[in-house]
Design a protein around this ligand. Structure first.
Ligand SMILES: NC(=O)c1ccc[n+]([C@@H]2O[C@H](COP(=O)([O-])OP(=O)(O)OC[C@H]3O[C@@H](n4cnc5c(N)ncnc54)[C@H](O)[C@@H]3O)[C@@H](O)[C@H]2O)c1
Length: 342
């Protein structure tokens, strides 16, 4: 297998690269990543000297780059993690989301068809289903995205569906739950809060923090993607979830405990996503479990271990939060509500 992993310098992609190199000793793992603010080569330091690994900088929506790599490396499979992935940023400007999450998927599909690749797996999200008050989404649930981010991901998913129907392209989709673990860019809830709490800064909680999210560890998410690549059926969708629902306020309580802080560092702010903030995500992963996959990371223990990882790996995240881009985003998005606590 000559595997092209797009977005492999990001959070879940880099965890997947580690897993693939470990579990597929005969495979070559080629990463294509645009190294946006969210992609970081230092995330791949530990695999960079592996002879089965190679890195290319570039954008997935550039057919010249994608086709050049497929030819040069004899690519047989693609797994697409590349995306603009942050809901809050999509509220500020959605253009780059459409370019990467919709156009980029189309370019990868066309290349899969043109070069008759064996498989293309597209990594999507449970957020395409929208919010659910009771019960669980299944792969048959309607697509009802509520943010520009989830709408762009749904656009990619629909491109896959159409390509499978129209051309028989051997593509398939995974839809993962909210993911936590090492190497997550410190703008998403868990690493954003952990890094701020470690510095004694206040953390912004939207309202009472009652939004319910289903959490899965990055290695379990990566494992679900690998299992689907090896055992899933082309044309199918597989949910990758861990039936592990928590209201945000419960997650924040664990983060406060593990960083040795108290509730005085919580600042309740009005929800900047307004009506677009999904109340609850929950999905059934029975279809993938039926293929023999199961997550192995217990939530609370693994969340505490993640906090300790951020405590130990300040060399990784401190440079990321000191950039002008990061500071400008935080000021623009949270400045009005955090005020002097920014
Ligand atoms: N993080 C989550 O909780 C979660 C949950 C479910 C699904 N997902 C999906 O999993 C995938 C990976 O998410 P993540 O959290 O690791 O994201 P991330 O933002 O950490 O990483 C995305 C990576 O893609 C790269 N990238 C962005 N645009 C690109 C482009 N045009 N061409 C090439 N590379 C590009 C970035 O440089 C970065 O390395 C995404 O598709 C996301 O929608 C994420």
């Amino acid at each position: 297998m000559h595997l092209l992993v797009t977005g492999g310098a990001g959070f879940i992609g880099s965890n997947f690269v580690r897993l693939a190199l470990q579990h597929l000793p005969d495979a070559r793992v080629i990463v294509l990543d645009a190294l946006t603010y969210a992609g970081n080569l230092s995330t791949l330091n530990d695999v960079s000297s592996n002879p089965h690994f190679r890195f290319y900088p570039g954008k997935i929506q550039d057919p010249v780059v994608v086709e050049g790599i497929i030819k040069a490396e004899g690519i047989t499979h693609i797994v697409n993690f590349a995306a603009e992935s942050h809901n809050d940023r999509s509220i500020l400007h959605a253009g780059s989301f459409i370019e990467t999450d919709v156009l980029g998927v189309y370019v990868l599909l066309e290349a899969t068809r043109k070069f008759k690749l064996e498989r293309m797996l597209h990594v999507s999200t449970d957020e395409v289903y929208g919010s659910i008050d009771e019960g669980h989404f299944t792969e048959q649930s309607p697509i009802e995205p509520n943010t520009p981010y989830s709408a762009s991901k749904a656009g990619g998913d629909l491109q896959i569906r159409a390509h499978v129907k129209a051309f028989g392209t051997p593509a398939l989709i995974t839809r993962g739950g909210n993911t936590y673990g090492p190497y997550q860019f410190p703008e998403k809830l868990i690493p954003f809060f952990v890094t701020r709490l470690m510095d004694g800064k206040k953390v912004p909680v939207y309202g009472e923090g009652n939004q319910v999210r289903e959490w899965i560890h990055a290695m379990d998410h990566a494992g679900g993607v690998l299992h689907t690549l090896l055992h899933g059926e082309p044309g199918q969708v597989y949910n990758v979830g861990d039936v592990n629902e928590r209201p945000n306020h419960e997650v924040v309580k664990i983060l406060l405990e593990e960083t040795g802080r108290d509730e005085s560092l919580i600042k309740r702010i009005p929800d900047p996503r307004k009506g677009a903030h999904d109340k609850r995500y929950s999905m059934s992963a029975d279809k993938l479990r039926g293929l023999g996959w199961a997550p192995t990371h217990p939530f609370e223990e693994s969340l505490r271990a993640t906090v300790r990882w951020y405590r130990d790996r300040q060399d990784w995240w401190r440079p990321l939060i000191s950039t002008d881009d990061f500071q400008a985003f935080i000021a623009r998005f949270y400045g009005p509500s955090l005020g002097e606590d920014l």
